[in-house]
Design a protein around this ligand. Structure first.
Ligand code: NDP
Ligand code: MG
Length: 383
C-alpha cells in the first residue's frame, strides 16, 4: 500500500522538494492532493505529471483556468481556502504535509488533525500562532505531528530511541543568515535583493527574509517548545554558519546528540514521510574534506532585534506570539515590496506588540480576531 500524501502548498520550495521525494520512491508514496495559491501553471504541470486525486487552487479567480487545463483528466478540481479544509479530510489520505506559508496554514492543519491525518509539519506559523491549541487537538485526536523544519527534524532524529530519557536542553543551530556579520549601520541599508540571498538554503521568499532578520529562529524556539514539550529556558540558540549540524539534544548525563547533513530539505521531508523507518536516498552526501571547520557563536540580540522580540513574545505567552506572527507577515510583505526598511520591520512589530489587545488564554476565535486586528494595526503603522 502506497502512502497517500496531501501536499498543501505543492508549488512552493518545500512542496516541490516533497514531490522530488515522492518521485524518488514511486513504490512507497503517491501525491493524493496538490494545492497552490496563485501559481496555477505550475499546479497544472504537477497535476499532469503526478495525477493526484484532487487539486485545490486557493485563489478562486484561477479556478476556471485550472479546471479547463485538466478537463481531460479524472482529477477533481476545487478552489478557495475552505476547499483546502475539506480536501484534507478525505478518507484515503494517509498524511498531510503542511507546506503552505504563514497563518493561512493554521485552519487546514486543524481540519487535518481532527480527521486524524498524521501531519508532516513544515508550516511553523501554525505552532507559532496556536501551539497550545494544536497540541491539545493533536492529543485529543491522537494525531502525530512530525516535524519537517530541519532543526526540529534533527532534534526528532536525536530523540529516536530516547522515548523515556529526559531532555536537559535542545540546542537549535542557526546559520545567522546573509547579515550575520553586518553592523547596525549596515543593516539599516540592506536591500530586498541582499536579504533574499541566503548563504546556505534555497527557500521561499517569506522564510528567507525571516532567516535574514532571525525572526525565523525565534519562531523555531516556539516551535521546539510545543513539539518537544520543553521550557523556553531549555532551548538554546547557537549560530553555526556552515549549516551542517542541523540541531542537537543534550541529555541529563551531559551527553549531546546531533544530527548532521547537507543543507537539503529533502532529507527532513523524507524522514517525516518514512518515520519510523529510514529509507535510501540519493541526495548529495557530506564531503568532510570540504568542511574545513564547523564553528559556533552566540546570536546577537541587539543587532537582530526580531529574535529579542520573539523571546519577549514567548515569555508573555497568550496571544503574543500570534501578534508577532501577524505583524511579521505584514512587514515582510511590505519589505518584499520595498515599502519598509529592514530595521523598520522590527519597529513596527514592537509597536504592534504594545498596541494590540493582549489575551492570556485565547481560543481559536480569539486568534482569528487577533490576526485581523494586528494586520490592520501593522498596515497603519507602515503608512
Ligand atoms: P513558498 O513561498 O516557497 O511556498 C508556499 C506555498 O504555499 C506555495 O505553494 C503557495 O502557493 C502556497 N500558499 C501561499 N499562500 C497561500 C495561501 N494564502 N493559501 C493557500 N496556499 C498558499 O514557501 P516555503 O516552501 O519556503 O515554506 C512553506 C512553509 O514551510 C513555511 O511555513 C516555512 O516557514 C516552512 N519551512 C520552509 C523551509 C524551506 O526550506 N523552504 C524550511 C523550513 C520550514 P503559490 O505557489 O501559488 O503562491
Ligand atoms: Mg529551520
Amino acid at each position: 500500500m502506497k502512502k497517500q500524501i496531501a501536499i498543501l502548498g505543492s508549488t512552493g520550495s518545500i512542496g516541490t522538494q516533497a514531490l522530488q521525494v515522492i518521485e524518488e520512491h514511486p513504490d512507497l508514496y503517491e501525491a493524493y492532493v496538490l494545492t497552490a495559491n496563485n501559481r496555477v501553471d505550475m499546479l497544472i504541470e504537477q497535476a499532469r505529471k503526478f495525477r493526484p486525486e484532487a487539486v485545490v487552487i486557493a485563489n478562486e479567480e484561477r479556478y476556471n483556468q485550472l479546471k479547463e487545463a485538466l478537463a481531460d483528466l479524472p482529477i477533481k478540481v476545487y478552489a478557495g481556502s475552505e476547499a483546502l479544509c475539506e480536501v484534507v479530510t478525505d478518507q484515503h489520505i494517509d498524511m498531510v504535509l503542511t507546506a503552505m506559508v504563514g497563518y493561512a496554514g493554521l485552519k487546514p492543519t486543524m481540519h487535518a488533525i481532527k480527521a486524524h491525518k498524521p501531519i508532516a509539519l513544515a508550516n511553523k506559523e501554525t505552532l507559532v500562532v496556536a501551539g497550545e491549541l494544536i497540541n491539545e487537538l493533536a492529543h485529543v485526536n491522537r494525531t502525530p505531528i512530525l516535524p519537517v523544519d530541519s532543526e526540529h527534524s534533527a532534534v526528532f532524529q536525536c530523540l529516536a530511541g530516547e522515548a523515556d530519557t529526559p531532555i536537559e536542553k535542545v540546542i537549535l543551530t542557526a546559520s545567522g543568515g546573509p547579515f550575520r556579520t553586518y553592523t547596525h549601520e549596515q543593516l539599516a541599508h540592506v536591500t530586498r535583493q541582499q536579504a533574499l540571498k541566503h548563504p546556505n538554503w534555497s527557500m521561499g521568499a517569506k522564510i528567507t527574509i525571516d532567516s535574514a532578520s532571525m525572526m525565523n529562529k525565534g519562531f523555531e524556539v516556539m516551535e521546539a517548545k510545543w513539539l518537544f514539550g520543553v521550557k523556553p529556558e531549555q532551548i538554546e540558540v547557537v549560530v553555526h554558519p556552515q549549516s551542517i549540524v542541523h540541531s542537537m539534544v543534550q541529555f541529563e548525563d551531559g551527553a549531546i546528540k546531533a544530527q548532521l547533513g547537507m543543507p537539503d530539505m529533502r532529507l527532513p521531508i523524507q524522514y517525516a514521510f518514512s518515520y519510523p523507518q529510514r529509507i535510501k536516498a540519493s541526495f548529495p552526501r557530506i564531503n568532510w574534506m570540504n568542511c574545513a571547520e564547523l564553528t559556533f557563536e552566540q546570536p546577537d540580540l541587539e543587532r537582530f532585534r526580531n529574535l529579542a522580540l520573539a523571546y519577549e513574545a514567548i515569555h508573555r505567552g497568550g496571544n503574543m506570539p500570534c501578534i508577532v506572527n501577524a505583524a511579521n507577515e505584514v512587514v515582510v510583505e511590505a519589505f518584499l515590496n520595498d515599502r519598509i526598511s529592514f530595521l523598520g520591520m522590527s519597529d513596527v512589530i514592537e509597536q504592534t506588540m504594545s498596541r494590540a489587545s493582549f489575551l492570556a488564554k485565547p481560543s481559536y476565535e480569539d486568534y482569528v480576531a487577533t490576526d485581523a486586528e494586528v494586520r490592520r494595526l501593522a498596515a497603519e503603522l507602515i503608512h
